[in-house]
Ligand binder design. Structure first.
Ligand SMILES: NC(=O)c1ccc[n+]([C@@H]2O[C@H](COP(=O)([O-])OP(=O)(O)OC[C@H]3O[C@@H](n4cnc5c(N)ncnc54)[C@H](O)[C@@H]3O)[C@@H](O)[C@H]2O)c1
Length: 318
């Protein structure tokens, strides 16, 4: 059995990870997987998620916790363990760092979103949240589009500075602008990604300021949490979700539905974009991701196969 920690997982290239996310959507289109709704166990402000899934040859389960206040203790909000097993023999194949898998696959979900939703002409983007997911979001955004200016907004200015320093080493030609003015970030950016632990909308901009832009929301994993104001979804020409479960789980969809700002028939599954593109120079688009175990399964499978091929990781005996 292989043990793959964060360093081992980060050795796998972005293209492999993003292709694995695309593979998950193909399985969605073909209905070729077995995945129950994930189990949510709330405990005060914290949440434990149990995420199992089967494909034809593999199965996996990720146990992941979200502790929004962890930063106060100098710790990341998301932690977890992932076990990948063989679906023929039932044998466990690998134990992996669930937080690292989560960061990579969530970045790649946005990466594929950027690729299939935004025109190649976009040169400005903004990211709310400079935590673990924020950095991964930025990496996959910059992997897919030639961004000239990237705006970063975080409640903790130090986090935004630290993220821009890391990115500067990887993408030195990009201009990084740290801003505390969330409306300015929206005004200046063609594409806006939110990866925060916020429960309330991150900005107030409405009307023209949100038009002809692409919005991707990664945080807001509970029905009472919302990252973007209703005006975004109200003005959106297209609304996509990675899984229809998002309408139940995330306030970014559940709140506008409850407020009658949109109706359910406006919400489309992202997997459909593999068959029909939505890219347009002047559409307003909203994509909400809550993640799903199928992403973890296809990404963990791809990572495991690459690790075996290139001798990455540690072999363990039970
Ligand atoms: N969609 C998915 O598949 C998926 C996967 C993993 C995590 N998530 C979610 O993404 C969110 C971020 O996770 P993380 O691991 O990066 O957490 P993190 O604690 O590492 O980072 C969150 C950052 O958001 C910032 N923030 C909070 N409120 C803000 C606000 N109002 N304005 C600007 N910045 C603000 C915090 O200061 C922090 O730096 C969490 O809600 C998590 O549950 C989603």
């Amino acid at each position: 059995m292989l043990f793959l920690n964060k360093d081992a997982i980060q050795k796998i290239d972005q293209n492999t990870i993003q292709t694995a996310v695309k593979q998950a959507y193909k399985l969605v289109l073909n209905k070729n997987y077995n995945m129950p709704d994930r189990m949510h166990v709330p405990d005060n402000q914290n949440t434990l998620l149990l995420m199992p899934c089967f494909s034809e040859k593999f199965f996996a389960v990720k146990l992941v916790s979200v502790f929004p206040e962890a930063q106060k203790h100098g710790q990341p909000a998301v932690n977890g363990v992932m076990v990948l097993s063989d679906n023929i023999s039932g044998q466990p194949l690998a134990v992996m760092d669930g937080a690292a898998i989560t960061a990579e696959r969530t970045g790649a979900v946005t990466g594929l979103g950027v690729k299939l939703l935004s025109p190649e002409s976009i040169h400005t983007a903004g990211i709310f949240g400079a935590g673990v997911q924020g950095l991964s979001q930025a990496r996959y955004l910059l992997f897919n589009r030639k961004i000239k200016t990237l705006y970063i907004c975080d409640l903790q200015k130090e986090s935004a500075i630290s993220m821009s320093r890391t990115l500067k080493q990887e993408y030195p030609d990009v201009e990084y602008v740290i801003t505390e003015n969330s409306d300015k970030l929206v005004e200046k950016s063609r594409l806006i990604i939110a990866a925060t632990t916020s429960s309330k909308p991150l900005f107030e901009a409405t009307g023209d300021l949100v038009m002809e832009k692409i919005f991707i929301s990664i945080g807001s994993f509970r029905p009472d949490m919302q990252e973007f104001p209703n005006s975004v979804i109200e003005n959106a020409d297209d609304v996509f979700v990675d899984t229809m479960f998002a309408a139940k789980e995330s306030g970014d969809i559940a709140i506008p539905l409850k407020d009658h700002v949109i109706t359910k028939d406006k919400i489309k599954e992202f997997a459909g974009l593999l068959e029909k593109s939505a890219i347009s120079e002047n559409k307003t688009i909203f994509f909400k991701s809550v993640g799903m175990a199928l992403f973890d399964l296809t990404v963990a499978t791809a990572i495991y196969q690459m690790a075996r091929k290139h001798n990455i990781g540690q072999t363990l005996e039970f």
